[in-house]
Design a binder for this molecule. Sequence first.
Ligand code: MOS
Length: 708
Amino acid sequence: MENNTAPINGLSRVDGRMKVTGKAKYSAEYNTKGVTYGVLAASTITSGSIKSLDTKAAERAPGVLTVLTYLNAPKIPGYQDNSQAQSKGPLKIFYDNKIYFNGQPIALIIADTFERALFAAGLIKATYDTAPFQTSLKNNLNTGISPRNGKDYLRGTENAFKTAPVNVEQEYSIPTEVHNPTELGSTLAYWDGDDKVTVYTKTQGVKSTQRSIAQAFKLQPENVHIAAPFVGGAFGSALRTWPHEIAAVLAAQVVKKPVKLVLSRADMFTSIGYRPASWQRVGIGATADGKLVGITHEAAGQTSAYEDFSEGVVNISQLMYACPNVDTKYRLVSLNVNTPTPMRGPGEATGAFALECAMDELAYKLNMDPIELRMKNYAETDPQSGKPYSSKFLSDAYKLGADAVGWNKRNPKPRAVTENGWLVGYGMAAGMFGAYRNSATVVARLLSDGSLHIETAVTDIGPGTGTAMTTIASEVMGISSDKVNFKLGDSAMPPSPTQGGSSITATVGSAVNDACMQLKEKLKELSGNSESTASGYAQILQQHNLPQIEVTVTSKSNPDMSKYASYSWSVHFMKVLVHPTTGVVKIDKGLSVADAGKIVSPKTARSQMIGGSIMGAGMALMEEAVIDHRYGRLVNNNFADYHVPIQADIPQIEALFVNKPDPHLNPMGAKGMGEIATIGVAAAIANAVFNATGKRVRDLPLTPDKLV
Ligand code: MOS
């Protein structure tokens, strides 16, 4: 596998040195005078209500300032808007005595040190009235309901796959996969009087957190200051404001001191959402020469008892292939668990596992190469809307990947190749995700020393937004990147959307591009309409006695976009080794190819693709939250028992890019890649395992016991 297209030169992470030297400060690392510490105590039952709560021992414990529970916590004004009894909605912390899931916070202990708060948390005594509960998706599929805003989909005829000369129909399941970024959920809150609060918190959106804290405490948004200059991985887990963040702000108000609340790793399993367990059935049929006749895709995902969370699990079957007959259904199953949340490739990563495994199964039945089958059913226009694509170079991606991997040398026959006693298999699968662009505002200042300073309230949850924005600014202005200073992650900066949905490079990048264009226009006017070069910028300002020139620019989605269907595309190739006796699966090589438009920042793009592939490897091979359904309690809420891939699991993964600009979406021609990096990876691994072993595992994770 050689790297024959995208250069890996390009700018290194602008904040890389800060991150590796510890100078980058995350929310939990901020301190302020007189800071106190919060620790949550959690319900040990799964459903019912609190009968009695004895907090006396905890309150008397050394260093404890207060213990907040539903009995004594001040009413949160925003919680009074509508009653949870009447409508479903986000969990209201310390609102009443109801228990919806095991691990639900029942008390927050505030003490002068973390250790004293943790000790006191162990002294809380609760008794409960227990109610019957359900925590198993598999056992409750028959209780699934249609999500309020999701309709069943039909194009052509229902169940047409059954009439096709060649078809497959199979069920697939994926367990709950829990968000476990390195950085724990952390909040530091302190009030200034009764109406102003500052909150350092792990969030993907400082502006959205500002809105939700303002709403909860009925404050003016400008009196709520949110800062998240660094975020240690989020992947969807910090897209919303969670109850523990509200609790920290509330506690700071009560004790009139700064409160720092850092979730424990165990808390992460019940406090910040997860990719919901899912069940899927895919029927897919084709003519003998491989033309798709019909796809039927049915799915169910779990949600909590208090809130509906739905995602587009079946959408990919409506969109991926040129198929005349498609019908899909999606159901929600309410269980006594906490509410799920988006996780990288939300919906599509789940759906692609089923669809892309089913395509592989169909290819085997047809005795056809899986890439050939995909090309035979290649959608030239969007099959759902009929619109042309703003750009689609997925066929280039197939070719690029197949050539680099040596796909034509793959032996399609299962269990036919061995290397040093290990079974060898190659598999591939594709992915897609919407390419979006929203509105963002940036302020850009060019100083008379020639340096350029840009600010906007976006966060960088890890992909390297600062690096990509610096690259765009330096290219448009024609100045070197070390002259650019890009600042982000603070609600006092001009508004940018929440970082999510693979949309930030396109969205904020457009605003940076437009601001730089306006600065150049100003420089042109100042210099009497002659084009100035980068080396002359400082001189022009100095000649006019200007310390700086400044523009504030809002850049919005291009109205032309409604004429097009816009997607990013990916294809993942995996070579796996499977031990014939023990069933151990090792990834030997991985290659992901993206059609993500023009690659703005090659180094961080490559990292983004490789990181997404590693996340897909976790989904395929090891990640699984296990609940003991007798008690409704998680049994593996720690890193000893809940496995995520580590270096030894990931020997060599490469990323390639088609690197052709999308001519319609934005001035850079960039499309997102955060989600497509993961979507399809699990299927590629499962397909490779089939090629290696002849065993089709449709129930993730693909643990050794399923292969022996
Ligand atoms: Mo992503 S699941 O949009 O953080």
